[in-house]
Design a protein around this ligand. Structure first.
Ligand code: ADP
Length: 424
């Protein structure tokens, strides 16, 4: 087996897939695990992304889960550790980006790391330490109103400094990055003599991230959004190649389940319906009334599957979602529908579906859990940020399952039909 080059710890599930996708595109063979595995790594890959759900946990819990992931990755021989967070630096005033970074630095006995959520392809840029989302500063992007992680200060040096206990936070600005890896290395050396432990790094284009990559080769730990990943595989002698995204050939029946109510998903449901393929809407109020909606959906789907993909969805527009939430409660409606869609996904796989599209971040988490999936090999990209994956799955009778997990606003309008053509 070749060495495990990169060991990644992601603070949420779809963010982990986003990172894995960028690594695959830059030439790495990548396995994503759901939580910290109990067994040693059994597949030859270049990187493993351990997906945690630690973004909004109390800081102490996020730290202990991240350290458990680190210890497993170290036991597999990971040569460099990558702590992945959201490209909008989603965190509370108390963390968790700062506390987790410091804990990883201590465990790795390193006095220096970098932090950059920049992902210019996705319109996230960092300039003079300030994070922009598209044309506006982070605190004007809507993120100031996020229910769990409101971001009210765009200056990441200040944001991160407020979250850490001991480390001094500094900046490697765009002028240094523009001069290339040599200048970045010199700036790192200078910051170290000034006692800086974590440097926010500016990046306003993909080229900045590609120039930054080689300068980070010797750091035991890097912390970033998924963007930095485009510049790291080259440090290990890897180049983009179709080999890295190779999955076993796809077989079996095809289906789509959707619990996402995002605008893009609503458009995707409309587009799929217009193709004339069979669709079934899940009615939240009937689920709440105790009707066996899962059984009904599976009985409806079973005779149709042989004819091509079917779609089962609870996707709805804002007014319907608000009305359901008003009657059932926001959390209650969400959890109930996630369970329902996940049970339908499992039933479909038990009935021979081996190519499954899931729409919705939380919905994906519920489906992966219901399918008892613990590891996924990451394949080729369907649309930016959304790859096909392949997993061993007991519900598939021990056969492999191809699945793609699409978070809310990702994917083109014809995603639900396009996705399958990528497998053939
Ligand atoms: P996204 O990635 O688009 O945010 P998620 O799956 O993360 O999608 O979140 C969507 C949430 O909305 C889930 O908790 C889901 O159960 C819930 N939901 C889905 N359909 C409905 C509906 N018709 N009414 C109310 N809530 C819904």
């Amino acid at each position: 087996m070749n060495p495990l080059y990169l060991g990644c710890i992601a603070d949420d599930f779809t963010g982990a897939t986003d990172l894995a996708n960028n690594l695959v595109r830059a030439g790495m063979r990548v396995l994503q695990t759901i939580g910290v595995p109990e067994e040693p790594l059994a597949t030859e890959v270049d990187a493993v992304v351990v997906a945690l759900k630690s973004r909004t946990l109390p800081a102490a819990d996020a730290v202990s889960q991240s350290l458990a992931a680190l210890h497993w990755l170290q036991a597999q021989g990971a040569q460099q550790i990558y702590f992945k967070y959201c490209s909008t630096f989603d965190s509370t005033a108390k963390g968790n980006i700062g506390p987790v970074t410091e804990a990883l630095m201590n465990a790795l006995k390193t006095d220096f790391t970098i932090a950059t959520p920049a992902f210019p392809d996705n319109h996230r840029t960092v300039f003079k330490g300030n994070l922009f989302v598209g044309e506006v500063l982070l605190n004007e992007s809507g993120m100031q109103n996020h229910p769990l992680t409101p971001m009210t200060d765009p200056n990441l040096v200040r944001v991160l400094q407020a979250q850490v206990r001991r480390a001094k936070v500094g900046l490697i600005d765009y002028k240094v990055v523009a001069q290339g890896a040599h200048a970045v290395r010199a700036r790192i050396a200078q910051l170290r003599t000034e006692g800086v432990g974590i440097a926010i790094v500016d990046a306003i284009s993909n080229n900045d991230l590609l120039r930054l990559g080689p300068a980070l080769k010797d750091l035991p730990l890097v912390t970033a959004g998924s963007g930095l990943a485009i510049g790291l595989p080259a440090n290990f002698g890897l180049k983009p190649s179709s080999h890295s995204s190779k999955l076993p050939p796809a077989r079996g029946l095809q289906a789509i389940v959707s619990g996402s109510c995002s605008l893009a998903t609503n458009r995707q449901v409309v587009a799929f319906t217009k193709t004339g393929r069979p669709t079934l809407a899940v009615d939240a109020l009937r689920v709440a009334a105790g009707v066996d909606v899962v059984g009904e959906a599976l009985a409806w789907a079973e005779p149709l599957l042989a004819g091509g993909p079917v779609l089962v969805y609870s996707t709805a527009d804002v007014s319907l979602v608000k009305s359901v939430q008003g009657q059932l409660g926001v959390q209650e409606a969400g959890a109930m529908l996630e369970r329902t869609i996940a049970a339908i996904a499992r039933g479909l796989v038990e009935r021979g579906v081996r190519q499954l599209v899931v729409a919705g971040g939380e919905t994906s988490g519920a489906c992966v859990q219901a399918l008892d999936i613990t590891q996924m090999k990451i394949g080729g990209q369907i649309d930016p940020g959304v790859p096909w994956c392949h997993a061993a799955c007991a519900a598939a009778g021990g056969e492999g399952l191809h699945l793609t997990l699409k978070s809310g606003n990702f994917g083109s309008d014809d995603f639900f039909t396009q996705a399958f053509t990528h497998l053939t």
